[in-house]
Design a protein around this ligand. Structure first.
Ligand code: MG
Length: 270
């Protein structure tokens, strides 16, 4: 098999900031990817700006900060940029007043914090102004039915992203994409997505980090490399998640860097 035609070791001096995906890049489930703590410590030592940028709407921002510390990473709340926060921002800026939510308790909180009344479980659920969709572990048929009925009656449809899957130790778990696709299929309405590959999460991260050249690192060609392109940024694809070496090699346009893992990208081969 031919080796990767791209340098395994990144020239860190080319970048001031690194925008790191979480699932499949920093960790898989509860396990950090190999030597990821060392890689991020090296970025701290080199005084790089860091943001953790995730399409995962299952947890609140504070949960991500706690998980990072639990797994051995230093991180601050400011460095965590989540799709839940982006959903909240988009909804707060919108005209919508009521919502039907397909999502975790964290997403419910973001919708409520945006000032919308959540109609799940009420007689008025089908009259919601907007249906908000994110993947979560408790997704069920009643949520799907509620979402479809509200959209058929005219609700707007907003989703956390279209990721097909995210990697877990026992294999891929469904992301928001398959749930959104089910609602779109049933209603004929196309959702508006706020997650990667829309550029918004990266732009929010850059806003917080300030001026400088940034590199996106992630495991998905569609969400991470696509989102980086939309935001005008370079992307490194790591092979600890959704993308195989063959897929990375075949990508058009190719990512700026491909590495076996985040640590190999930052530190080189062990
Ligand atoms: Mg990922």
């Amino acid at each position: 098999m031919p080796s990767l035609p791209l340098p395994a070791v990144l020239s860190l001096s080319a970048y001031d900031h690194l925008l790191l995906d979480l699932d499949g890049c920093v960790w898989v489930g509860e396990a950090p990817t190999p030597r990821a703590q060392d890689a991020i410590a090296a970025l701290r030592d080199a005084r790089k700006g860091i943001a953790f940028v995730t399409n995962d709407g299952r947890h609140a921002d504070d949960d991500f900060v706690r998980k990072l510390w639990r797994l051995g990473f230093q991180a601050s709340r400011e460095e965590v940029v989540t799709v839940g926060g982006a959903l909240q921002h988009v909804l707060a800026e919108s005209e919508h007043r009521t919502a039907f939510v397909v999502g975790s308790p964290a997403v419910h909180r973001h919708v409520a914090d945006a000032g919308l009344r959540i109609l799940n479980g009420s007689d008025l659920a089908a009259r919601a102004d907007v249906v908000v969709v994110a993947a979560h572990d408790r997704f069920d048929y009643a949520e799907l039915r509620g979402a479809i009925q509200a959209v058929v009656r005219g609700a707007a449809l907003v989703c956390a992203g279209r990721d097909a899957t995210f990697p877990m130790p026992d294999g891929p778990w469904p992301g928001a994409g398959p749930i959104v696709a089910a609602i779109e299929y049933a209603t004929g309405v196309r959702a508006v997505s706020v997650g990667k590959p829309e550029p918004q999460l990266f732009l929010t991260a850059l806003d917080r980090l300030g001026p400088g050249r940034a590199l996106v690192v992630g495991d998905r060609l569609d969400a991470d490399a696509g989102g980086a392109r939309a935001a005008g940024l370079d992307c490194a694809i790591v092979l600890t998640g959704a993308t195989s070496a063959a897929d990375a090699r075949a990508a058009d346009p190719p990512p700026a860097h491909v590495a076996a893992s985040l640590a190999e990208l930052i530190l080189g081969r062990a």
